[in-house]
Design a binder for this molecule. Structure first.
Ligand code: SF4
Length: 325
């Protein structure tokens, strides 16, 4: 399939099908077509998102063995690889949220392992919402939940939820794909904003599998789309499989930008500078537990700071919103 023809279809406003998405993913990363692909993704992000850059921040509330036991995660209970076990108290979380707000963020994510009690999570959410300016969105990144819980999250002040059907869900994880999808549906039905991501991408995943998740995100009409590569954490079962390159990740981000057509922002995770000329305009800072790190306070290790990601976005010519810093 000719790449020029597919890119022209995107320019004409046509939504791409799976075969077209796979053709774009198959573009050789050293070819002329690669530059045509990232050029269009970049152009669309700069024009449709008004050249605006976004900083999101995530606090990982607990570092504890998790029963879902994902084979790539440092907190899977069968291979726990973190350097500690802890749960942040509510005052510490509120204080961390304040610091992040003062640094200037657009959206704040609170993440837990799947076994974290929902009642405690709702309490944390309410306390954080109390100190959060109205213009900062509050997003839950937790295990599966039903519609009633989705409504409770909304009532507590959450504006959205990050939730996905992971690549090889049910094979590399013990979660059931149907359960993940039920949660996605509950999020949307409750009127929460759904944040989606193709993750965790490793060298073994096929372009067909990756394209399926881009199309799923489009079906849910997501505002913010993301792609994330798997970080091989030592002592996790998938460690030996390695990781894809920043160049490959940037290409996948460009394709996701064109296939999914998010209406607010496009993210790559973890931050990669070259992705910012491939249609990516949003990055995450991280604090606390992180499934891609074995240091349980990731701000001392893999986690990027708000200042660091702001610098990356500014270096790429994006205009930043916050005047808080
Ligand atoms: S990725 Fe999330 S659900 Fe899976 S083991 Fe880690 S904390 Fe649990």
């Amino acid at each position: 399939m000719k790449i020029d023809g597919i890119l022209n279809s995107v320019r004409d406003g046509k939504l791409l099908d799976k075969q077209e998405a796979v053709s774009l993913l198959n573009v050789d990363n050293t070819s002329d077509d690669f530059y045509k692909l990232i050029s269009l993704a970049n152009e669309m992000t700069r024009s449709e998102f008004n050249n605006k850059g976004f900083i999101f921040a995530q606090i990982g509330l607990n570092a504890e063995p998790c029963s879902v036991n994902c084979k790539f995660c440092s907190m899977g209970k069968g291979h726990y690889a973190m350097d500690g076990v802890w749960k942040k108290d509510i005052d510490a979380i509120v204080s961390e949220a304040k610091t992040l707000i003062d640094c200037g963020i657009d959206d704040l994510f609170l993440m837990t392992t799947a076994d974290y009690p929902i009642s405690q999570f709702l309490d944390v959410g309410k306390r954080v919402r109390d100190i959060l300016p109205d213009n900062i969105r509050l997003v839950a990144n937790i295990g599966d939940f039903d519609y009633d819980t989705a409504l409770k999250l909304k009532e507590a002040g959450f504006t959205g939820a990050y939730h996905i059907k992971r690549l090889r869900e049910g094979i590399d994880t013990t979660a059931r794909p149907e359960t993940r999808i039920r949660t996605l549906d509950s999020i949307v039905k409750a009127g929460l904003e759904l944040y989606y991501c193709v993750e965790p991408i490793g060298p073994e995943h096929t372009y067909e599998e990756i394209a399926d998740e881009m199309l799923r995100a489009r079906e849910y009409n997501v505002g913010v789309m993301a792609v994330m590569r798997r970080i091989p954490v030592k002592d996790t079962p998938l460690y030996e499989k390695g990781q894809i390159s920043p160049l490959e990740l940037s290409k996948i981000a460009a394709v996701a930008r064109l296939v999914t057509r998010p209406h607010r922002a496009m993210n790559v995770h973890e931050p990669v500078q070259m992705s910012l000329i491939c249609g990516v305009n949003q990055l995450y800072a991280e604090v606390g537990a992180n499934p891609r790190d074995d240091v349980s306070n990731t701000e001392q290790s893999r986690g990027f700071t708000v200042e660091g990601v702001r610098q990356m976005l500014e270096d790429a010519g994006y205009e930043m919103n916050s005047s808080a810093y």
